[in-house]
Write a protein that binds this ligand. Structure first.
Ligand SMILES: Cc1cc2nc3c(=O)[nH]c(=O)nc-3n(C[C@H](O)[C@H](O)[C@H](O)COP(=O)(O)OP(=O)(O)OC[C@H]3O[C@@H](n4cnc5c(N)ncnc54)[C@H](O)[C@@H]3O)c2cc1C
Length: 502
């Protein structure tokens, strides 16, 4: 397949450079080297981490990728979306700089430059995932589609690869809802949206999960008039509902947000797409030059020959046990296709679980992973461990501190948000945390360490944080917990002791 046939790429120097690294036209197909320790299907994050990790340990490894090495994260996910948000947030900051006593004049967004920048960046980041780098690490790289032909064989472009173990790491793609007229009207997904040359005048986004929320805000800040449609009463439905509400309030200032809606049909009238929406019995239409579908992900499990390999699936993807092993004991699954999380860092973590379990006699359990996540809207919303509703169901204690109590947030004029911890009331162990506010993605890292290390609230209180930072909020919650533990009797005893020491 020529790279020009791949959707979502633009014929220009940036995407040519990207393709020359992650899908070189002159790639020489390797000859199969007997039986492999590991054959990897899919060269996104999960596949690359599995293949490179196994080769680094001395295993004989083959990796098959049908499109671009690096997968969605590099080409159509994390990298271009965060690049777009960077430009969008810069435009917003410039427009609002007067609140800091800085005048920036009128703010112009150079749409083509913004999109060129994101393509430039993914080409800059591509060397990490380059075919030559993977080959030089000792992996046989096949840039073709792969499928199982038996319990221990995979076919790739006419060649048969025999394996002792295999990993399915074929990722996911945009789930497209069955809405009458949508296909005929045409729509964007995460693959095609980054190939635009500039923001459309009006954009309708269907789906208020992380991708829908991030891209809605990005396009709104870049100058599009955005309508964001969510089918649930809450945006970011997997998250703490009070934290999600902070994000919803911020979004409503910049775009039209309609929740608890059902999209009834879409129609194209000339250059305009007309979306008919139902909300609490009322029907209305919203219009856009473009419609972006962001209604979740569907696992890439078709055409993999799963029946031949005896690998079972569920609605969410490849069925795996706690060790990420499938119904074929030789075959494992990792990343989005395993249907547990859809994050790059989770794909990476799952690949490491697979390496331990597949190549050695590991008993690494995926249920033991503490996977944080973050939605990079402004404010950001980050989570690790139990969410509010899960904590309430488990009888955990929840402590919250507003960013209005945080000096750094006050200094920066970014006091919207809070830090929240859920803990075991008997032992003080941290069970989960939420941060909504600027820098949440970085702030949640400390709580990921706390969960991984089984830390308690007194550890937060005892940890010295630099002043002034937002992460001091965690220490404040530790102090709040220490104070709350002080019973009136202990407080009275302390007072008496200190009065004797005067
Ligand atoms: C817009 C957007 C923004 C995102 N932002 C973030 C973020 O900020 N942070 C974050 O953690 N995550 C983010 N994600 C999610 C992240 O991109 C995915 O979780 C991650 O890419 C999953 O990695 P993977 O290896 O499982 O799958 P993928 O990256 O999808 O890779 C799978 C690969 O398998 C290949 N393949 C499929 N079938 C075959 C076959 N039969 N033979 C050979 N190859 C095959 C595909 O071509 C693909 O390259 C975002 C996703 C999107 C869409």
């Amino acid at each position: 397949m020529s790279w020009a046939e791949l959707p979502g790429l633009v014929d220009g120097p940036e995407d040519r450079r990207l393709v020359s690294l992650v899908r070189p036209a002159d790639w020489v197909k390797p000859a199969p080297r007997g039986r492999y320790n590991l054959v990897v299907l899919g060269g996104g994050t999960a596949g690359l981490v599995s293949a490179m990790g196994a080769a680094g340990l001395g295993a004989r490894v083959a990796l098959c990728e049908r499109e671009l090495l690096g997968g969605d994260c590099l080409a159509f996910g994390c990298v271009p979306s965060k690049a777009l948000l960077r430009s969008a947030h810069a435009a917003h900051a410039a427009r609002n700089a007067s609140s800091l006593g800085v005048s920036s004049g009128s703010v112009e967004v150079d749409g083509p430059a913004v999109f060129r920048r994101l393509r430039h960046l993914r080409a800059d980041i591509a060397p990490h995932d380059a075919a030559a780098r993977v080959r030089d690490a000792g992996v046989d790289v096949y840039l073709e589609s792969a499928r199982f032909t038996g319990h221990d064989t995979v076919e790739v472009n006419g060649a048969t690869l025999r394996f002792s173990r295999a990993v399915i790491a074929t990722g996911s793609r945009a789930r497209v809802p069955e809405v009458p007229g949508l296909a005929e009207a045409g729509y964007l997904t995460n693959v095609t949206v980054f190939a635009l040359s500039e923001p459309p005048p009006r954009l309708v986004v269907i789906g208020a999960g992380p991708i829908g929320c991030e891209l809605s805000q990005a396009f709104a800040r870049l100058g599009s008039q955005v309508t964001l449609l969510g089918n649930k009463p809450q945006i970011l439905p997997r998250d703490d509902h009070e934290a999600a509400e902070f994000v919803a309030v911020a979004l409503r200032r910049e775009l039209r947000l309609e929740l608890a809606v059902r999209v009834r049909r879409v129609e194209r009238r000339g250059e305009v797409r007309v979306v008919e929406v139902e909300q609490a019995g009322r029907v209305f239409v919203v219009e856009g030059e473009e419609v972006l579908v962001a209604t979740g992900r569907t696992p890439n499990i078709e055409g993999l020959g799963l029946e031949a390999a005896g690998v079972e699936t569920t609605r969410r993807g490849i069925a795996t046990n706690d060790f990420l092993r499938t119904s074929n004991r030789r075959v494992y699954a990792a990343g989005d296709v395993a249907g547990r999380w859809a994050f790059t860092h989770a794909a990476d973590a799952m690949a490491r679980v697979v390496l331990r379990n597949a190549l050695f006699f590991g008993r690494s359990r995926v249920s033991g992973l503490h996977v944080p996540w973050c939605t990079y809207t402004d404010p950001e919303l980050a989570q690790v461990g139990l969410t509010l509703s899960e904590a309430q169901a488990r009888g955990a204690v929840t402590l919250t501190t507003s960013l209005e109590r945080n000096d750094r947030a006050l200094i920066d004029g970014q006091t919207e948000g809070f830090a929240r911890v859920h803990l075991d009331p008997r032992r003080g162990t941290i069970l989960g945390a939420t941060f909504v506010g600027a820098g949440a993605g970085d702030a949640i890292g400390e709580m990921a360490v706390a969960l991984q290390g089984g830390l308690r609230m007194e550890d937060l209180s005892a940890t010295i944080h630099p002043y002034p930072t937002r992460i001091e909020s965690w220490k404040r919650l530790g102090d709040d917990w220490q104070r709350a533990k002080l019973t009136p009797r202990v407080a009275g005893l302390l007072r008496r002791f200190l009065s004797l020491r005067r």
